[in-house]
Design a protein around this ligand. Structure first.
Ligand code: AMP
Ligand code: MN
Ligand code: MN
Ligand code: MN
Length: 287
């Protein structure tokens, strides 16, 4: 029995490998019935995804994964059921994308200092449709033989303290929650287990996130270990936050979980989709 709902995925509009149409077709082939496309800082794939979803009988949830700086750390906030026509959201995302370009220039300059030439153009070759990200630099560096795979290339060049890392100020948490919530959407803290926060800061973050109107945290995600499913299930209950689940799929041969293979939310979690008409058949148990 496949997992029927997947609320976190990427297409070629950000750093995924499949076009929005290919991604939706892939999800359908794996048995997914409710899918959110959540490209980084860009909603440009939603229209194409929607028309393919209709053909495949998939319920598409309009989503986006927004980059935030909170207390000098990068966080990702997933917006679900957003209105991609909402002007403050459009303008906010456009500003983040412009910042991504400046950051990419900084990354390329850092790589040039250690003798790696042409990485800006090289990365953009992989980012034809939408945003520029570290993933595109990673693909370029692997292609040129600077590292053997994605995991190794991030570790060697693209994380804090490495030559291709460039300190960047993303959007403000409060602003981002405002764009999402005022567009009619719900805000979800993406893969909380991936942030190296420590217990005290994690509790602070969850409290602040909830006080700013955040609705849910990802409990089951391709970025969490099985132990983290339980850990964040518990924290979601403790903070009265709903629970979300998504593969964070980026395409075949990428380091995340396959679609349709997610385990159920741990007992006691309130699913973020509990009142959604598009997921009603899940509540009714009509699998
Ligand atoms: P950016 O938003 O430009 O900083 O890029 C972040 C993206 O890089 C994430 O969404 C992941 O898709 C990818 N990423 C981050 N760390 C790793 C890693 N260790 N291995 C593979 N992909 C990674
Ligand atoms: Mn990504
Ligand atoms: Mn993320
Ligand atoms: Mn993601």
């Amino acid at each position: 029995m496949p997992s029927l709902i997947d609320l976190h995925s990427h297409s070629t509009i950000s750093d995924g490998l499949l076009t929005p149409a290919e991604l939706v077709a892939h999800a359908a082939s794996k048995g997914v019935r409710v899918l959110a496309l959540t490209d980084h800082d860009d909603t440009a794939g939603l229209a194409e995804a929607e028309s393919t979803a209709v053909q495949h009988g998939i319920q598409l949830v309009y989503g986006v994964e927004i980059s935030v700086t909170w207390r000098k750390r990068t966080l990702h906030i997933v917006g679900l059921k957003i209105d991609p026509e909402y002007a403050p959201l459009i303008n906010g995302l456009a500003a983040i994308r412009a910042g991504r370009h400046t950051r990419a220039e900084g990354m390329a300059a850092g790589l040039e200092e250690i003798g790696i030439e042409g990485s800006l153009e090289g990365a953009y070759q992989y980012a034809k449709q939408g945003i520029i990200s570290r993933t595109h630099f990673a693909r370029f560096l692997v292609e040129k033989g600077f590292a053997s795979d994605m995991r190794a290339v991030f570790k060697k060049y693209l994380v804090k303290g490495k030559p291709g890392y460039f300190e960047h100020q993303w959007a403000d948490l409060e602003d981002v929650l405002g764009w999402i919530i005022n567009s009619g959407g719900v805000a979800v803290l993406a893969h909380p287990g991936r942030y190296d926060l420590g217990r005290t800061n994690m509790l602070l973050l969850l409290e602040e996130f909830r006080n700013l109107g955040g609705a849910a945290i990802e409990v089951v995600t391709g970025s969490h270990t099985v132990d983290q499913y339980q850990e964040f299930a518990k924290l979601s209950r403790q903070f009265s936050l709903q629970a979300s689940m998504g593969s964070d799929y980026h395409g075949p041969a990428h380091a995340y979980i396959e679609m349709g293979r997610l385990p159920d939310l741990p007992a006691g979690c309130v699913p973020v989709w509990q009142d959604w008409p598009e997921a009603e058949f899940l509540q009714a148990g009509l699998h």
